[in-house]
Write a protein that binds this ligand. Structure first.
Ligand code: HEM
Length: 149
């Protein structure tokens, strides 16, 4: 069982600057795992240094975090949210599933740095468990969706 109430408590803090926090995560993902940037038609041709001031990164950060917020607010009943994400990321964006593990690990790290007051040890544990469950459910959906890398 995941402690979704604890996760939602931290998420309320994240929402104080949803776009900015999403932007930080995307930039950190591109910095730590440069191969992930190549999956984004809008960003792949732009050097990382120029992306820090790119408004589209912030807009996409907001899009990603809005969708992730919709997942955490379901408190576990997120099957239809994950199905929608899997469908587009398999068929339209063609993102290999292990990228979800990369981004969720980056999110954990960024939250621990940015929100030390909220990201207590139990909160970190709750996020870690929830993200593992979400990534494993996405992987199952990828298998069912016949993902071809
Ligand atoms: C927390 C995990 C993630 C969430 C919640 C998320 C959410 C979204 C949403 C809501 C969209 C727009 C609607 C759609 O097409 O479904 C989107 C688009 C996209 N996502 Fe994700 N995503 C996640 C992880 C990733 C990862 C790890 C990658 C690649 C490394 C990725 C690559 C893309 C691309 C290329 C697009 C299209 C961007 C464009 O409009 O130019 N996503 N994502």
């Amino acid at each position: 069982m995941c402690d979704w109430d604890l996760i939602n408590k931290v998420w309320a803090k994240v929402e104080e600057d949803l776009a900015g926090n999403g932007q930080t995560v995307l930039l950190r993902l591109f910095e730590e795992h440069p191969e992930t940037k190549a999956h984004f038609p809008k960003f792949k041709g732009i050097p990382l240094g120029q992306l820090t001031s790119n408004a589209d990164v912030k807009t996409h950060g907001n899009t990603v975090f809005k969708a992730l917020g919709d997942v955490v607010k379901q408190k576990g009943k997120h099957a239809s949210n994950l199905q929608a994400l899997a469908t587009t990321h398999i068929n339209k964006h063609k993102i290999p599933p292990q990228n979800f593990t990369l981004i969720t690990n980056v999110i954990l790290k960024v939250f621990a740095e940015k929100f030390p007051g909220e990201m207590t040890a139990p909160a970190q544990e709750a996020f870690s468990k929830a993200f593992k469950a979400i990534c494993s459910e996405l992987e199952d959906l990828y298998k069912k969706g016949g993902f071809q890398s």
